[in-house]
Design a protein around this ligand. Structure first.
Ligand SMILES: [Zn+2]
Length: 125
């Protein structure tokens, strides 16, 4: 496939993905708002549900950022190039994760760094 065709396909995929994530976010956010109006003395189960919804929203927001990042990279003609080391991202990796902005090596390194830092981030409680 020609590069242009690949990019068109990725763009369509990412835009579709983005609208799905956006509508899901909207659903979750309105679910959160509705739950605020329910019983003032919520049971543990409901609080747990709220926490789960909030966590899901956070995941989707991250995902949305990744998608928009990838779309911008396509616009700038940098799609498929690792943002950290500048090497091309493995084509197989882009197939499973079209919004990847890092090559496999950098992704592993970044994840390792994040894991090390996790203990230091202050928790809410
Ligand atoms: Zn890299």
């Amino acid at each position: 496939m020609a590069k242009k065709q690949v990019l068109d396909k990725e763009t369509a995929f990412l835009q579709n993905e983005r609208s799905q994530v956006l509508s899901e976010l909207e659903n979750l956010r309105s679910a959160m708002l509705n739950e605020v109006d329910t019983e003032p003395d919520e049971g543990d189960a409901e609080i747990f549900e709220r926490e789960k919804t909030a966590a899901l929203i956070a995941v989707l927001e991250r995902r949305l950022q990744d998608i928009e990042h990838a779309l911008r990279a396509i616009e700038k003609g940098q799609y498929g190039t690792c943002e950290r080391c500048g090497n091309p991202i493995e084509p197989g990796r882009l197939e499973v994760k079209p919004d990847a902005i890092l090559c496999m090596n950098c992704q592993r390194e970044v994840e390792a760094i994040n894991k090390r830092n996790r203990g230091r981030t202050p928790t809410r409680w």
